[in-house]
Write a protein that binds this ligand. Sequence first.
Ligand code: GCB
Length: 585
Amino acid sequence: MIYPKMTESRMRLSLDGIWDFSLLSDEESQNLQAGKHIENALSMPVPSAYNDLYETRAFRDHMGDMVYQRTVHLTKQMLQERTMLYFESVTHRAAVYWNGTLLGTHKGGFLPFEFELNGTAVPGENLLTVVVNNVLDETTLPCGRIETREYPNLPPRTVNLPNFDYFNYSGILRPVCIYTTPKKHIRDITVSGHADKSFAWDIACDETSDVCIAVRDGEGNTVFKGTGRTGTAVLNGAKLWSPEHPHLYTLEVHAGDDVYSQTFGFRDIEIRGCRILLNGEPVYLKGFGKHEDAPVSGRGYNPAYYVKDIALMKWIGANSLRTSHYPYSETFLDLCDREGILVIDEAPAVGLHTGFTAVGLLGGTPNGTWKKLKTAEHHSEVLRDMVSRDKNHPCVIAWSVANEPASEEEGAREYFEPLMNQVRRQDPQHRPVTIVTYEGSSPKACKVAELCDFLVLNRYRGWYDTEGDLEAAGELLRTELEAFHRRCPDAPIMLGEYGADAIAGMHNTTPSLFSEEYQAQMLEKYGEIMDSLPFAAGEHAWNFADFATAENIKRVQGNKKGVFTRDRQPKLAAYVLRRRWKEKK
Ligand code: GCB
């Protein structure tokens, strides 16, 4: 699958706009007639999360199905071509109907899928109905739990609890479009450029199609021409891609009647002697774990926020981020290519722990996670789809297979080893692969460290323990990082998360928890420790901005560990990081 766009042989019709929408009870869902117009529909923007668009707790926290619907007008000419319906993401499950006929279903809320319309669609008016389901359990990624609670005088209440610390925004979160291709079409393009100026291409298309390729530089000049479905060549004058100079090239492919162009960069990423090397030079990762999260649209597609966030990352001196805790939109990754941001691309695999959650509501006791969860097959599917979608991006420098799983429990190694190997086999650029681990997975207990090409550790010393005592927090952190270094002396070690909640505007002369001063001091302390460890390879503060979470007593209207507020204004910590990161090489 390649990203749908206009070319001289392809057409793209956006279906974004205001759709009809309704939440469905189980009974309404059973009786839904997908070929009929829904009654009493609400207006709903696509793309967007649905949750914050109308009031009431029942609306926002609905658990189950919801329906989106719109009419689509097609021309005769469009249907003479191969005509596809493409969803960039529907969270978390979709059943898609065209004129009442089920085109297919999809599970997984953060990656694209598509269906062919030929044979079902007609010229003129058509009815598109999408039934979305947002329930998370021990078979989905991310993982959730379903609980039924009994109260006096009330019918039992069933709730869906996330095993993770962000609000379960759902709906049609990213753009939807129809696109056409010639019947014989380009199915996939793989292109990798290297620091030695060599590059390789591989075009999946009909065997009978003649393939010609051309490479264009950033100014649009054709700098190479070749033929064949696969090939390698050297482009002597190629300029390398890096954060300082994110030079991009375009591979233009003609395969039979189909034409498509794919951007790529010349760059190498490798690990040597516990350093991450970009184009042969050590690079220290400075940046954040982020979320796709904004007021009103929630986790919905939001290009203005994408641009603003990257601009703020540059302002603060960051060079990298992790797409915690799911693959971000394709537009965001294109922007990172263009702006030179290094990305650790994370699968939507969070909450794989039946005894621990980030907000501590599960008690923290190892609990037989790997016997209980039934996620292995789906995990393999989302990894396959993530690598396949993102493999050509020069900005993607590494893959994260999961965030904070029960990596200290028996069975973790057996669960993860095949998944790590799958990613390594599939990635044409052989990027480093990791699993991001938490405090419970100590240097003694962790069962997956040796599976990782580099270690990404989430640590909250000074917050979830040793709170208020930054000296003790610092020494605990140092001791633990040193122990991991002794265990894996050749693996670069970085912090994947560290931070403290700070309520913007709350100040103390003697810094205490939740004040802007305490957050700033804590980040400063962690910086001091990282500077003293020669094997430290990077630091990603948690989080770039305040974000929405489920309600619980450990969250003050969401997670407030943002260095920026949810509307992207700086807290004191932003200036502390800025001073440090502008200097730090
Ligand atoms: C973590 C999680 C992240 C949480 C964070 C926190 O370890 O990976 O999703 O939001 O801690 O703030 O507790």
